[in-house]
Write a protein that binds this ligand. Structure first.
Ligand code: S3P
Length: 457
């Protein structure tokens, strides 16, 4: 089979435009494997590009975000090629082997791509310019610029540390000892990637443990990485300038994408769905705990290890849910799942309180505002402040709203799921963002019995 080099810009996607969803009468039924994990897919390409040797990645998420990472790395001399559906090869250039890109790197909608790459480029012998779409250009980059500058890289950014960015790398980075103010795997990973190029030990303490896919993969590639509890937080140490050996990666299914059919099945009576090969890294599994506390019938089957990550199949059946309080310490393990949790909360009996969720204000959009506005428009009672949201659920949701997705894939998918249980349809104004993380969302949900309609057709 001939390998293809990914295009620099993903094509305009077929999901663009308004969309709504209707439930199957007997509930959702079927057995599906959601697409590859987005976080692990970015890292499988990026870390192998900094490795030595040849790697094969299977189950790679072919969403727009990950394609941006592939294209940017190719623009800097890595050799990343697509061989078949989800099967990609990477020939790495080694730590500090990336070359100055000729043109601006366009990271599209992807905060992970932009922040991790900023870390990898801190040790570049040259200059790189990076931009993104309207959502990414509005997101805070100072959280990575600060520590990377402390290591010796220089940055130019728009006011407020916003993109576009110019990164002036340094061949002689110094290691860093950094107390991160946020539990963010993107910040941690950016520093670790820069730390690869710095001689000596780079240490980060985060206020709570964020997802540890970078650490797990670096260890498998031969780096000396250790982590331990530090007070109420989490500390990670990395010895710089390792020789990283390229490794094959079998990417498990994304729990953050599985969350949509999972909640759709739970809230649609009569459903019985199996979701296969889901990554259940404890730093990602908070939603499952929360939904089980709400009374969701979710059974973990066949728990196993896949390429250094815990995975299991999930059997999910339609359930009557009740409201709960989700404690703030759980937020890092389900940070991307609050939009879909608030849909479950809308049909749960009683109040669901989500605490310590300030980080949602700086995601692809302000997700607290987007969820509160969309739910209110659909007739659901919601109260929100800077750091929390309360949804007052009930068995019946009026619906009949058009919801703005604001370039946010998870807002779009969440409200399509709400449409399955609302009295009148909920329409999302533009489903295009879904392609950033879950390009097969519509076909996977159709396979479970969901019908989609173009409201203006
Ligand atoms: C990600 C980390 C999280 C998450 C994002 C993916 C990653 O962001 O929201 O979707 O792959 O490192 P933060 O680290 O900024 O919380």
């Amino acid at each position: 089979m001939r390998a293809e080099t990914p295009a620099a810009s993903p094509p305009q996607n077929a999901l663009a435009g308004p969309l709504t969803a209707c439930p199957p009468k007997a509930g959702l039924n079927g057995d599906v494997r959601p697409p590859g994990d987005k976080s692990i897919s970015h890292r499988a390409l990026l870390l192998n590009a900094l490795g030595v040797g040849h790697a094969e990645v299977t189950g790679l998420l072919e969403g727009e975000d990950v394609l941006r990472t592939a294209a940017a790395l190719n623009a800097m001399g890595a050799h990343i090629q697509r061989c078949a559906d989800g099967v990609w090869t990477v020939d790495g250039v080694g730590v500090q082997g990336l070359a100055e890109p000729e043109d601006v790197l366009d990271m599209g909608n992807s905060g992970t791509a932009a922040r991790l790459l900023a870390g990898a480029l801190a040790g570049l012998d040259g200059i790189a310019c990076m931009t993104g779409d309207g959502s990414l250009r509005g997101r805070p980059m100072q959280r990575v610029i600060g520590p990377l500058e402390a290591m010796g890289a220089r940055f130019m950014a728009r006011s407020g540390g916003r993109m576009p960015l110019v990164i002036h790398g340094s061949k002689s980075l110094t290691p860093l000892d950094y107390a991160s103010p946020v539990a963010s795997a993107q910040v941690k990973s950016a520093i670790l990637l820069a730390g690869l190029a710095a001689p000596g030990e780079t240490r980060i303490v985060e206020p709570a443990m964020s997802r540890d896919h970078t650490e797990r993969m670096l260890k498998r590639m031969g780096a000396d990485v250790s982590s331990e509890a530090v007070g109420t937080g989490w500390g990670i140490s990395l010895q710089g300038q390792p020789e990283l050996t390229a490794i094959d990666v079998d990417v498990p299914a994304d729990p953050s994408s599985a969350a949509f059919p999972l909640v759709a099945a739970l809230i649609t009576p009569g459903s019985d769905v199996r979701l296969r090969h889901i990554c259940l890294n404890p730093a990602r599994a908070g939603l499952i705990t929360a939904l089980q506390e709400m009374g969701g019938d979710i059974v973990l089957e066949n728990a196993r290890d896949a390429g250094g990550e815990p995975v299991a199949d999930l059997r999910v059946r339609g359930s009557a849910l009740k409201g709960i309080t989700v404690p703030p310490e759980r937020a890092p393990s389900m940070i991307d799942e609050y939009p879909i949790l608030s849909i479950a909360a809308a049909v749960a009996e009683g109040e669901t309180r989500m605490l310590g969720i300030h980080e949602l204000r700086v995601k692809e959009t302000d997700r607290i505002a987007a969820m509160a506005n969309g739910l209110k428009a659909a007739g659901v009672r919601v109260a929100a402040d800077d750091d929390s949201m309360t949804v007052i659920g009930g068995r019946s949701v009026p619906g009949g709203a058009i919801v703005a997705t604001e370039l946010d894939h998870r807002i779009a998918m969440s409200f399509l799921v709400l449409s399955l249980v609302s009295d009148a349809p909920v329409v999302v104004d533009d489903a295009a963002p879904v392609a950033t993380s879950f390009p097969t969302f519509v076909s996977l949900m159709q396979g479970l019995g969901v019908a989609f309609e173009r409201p203006d057709a």
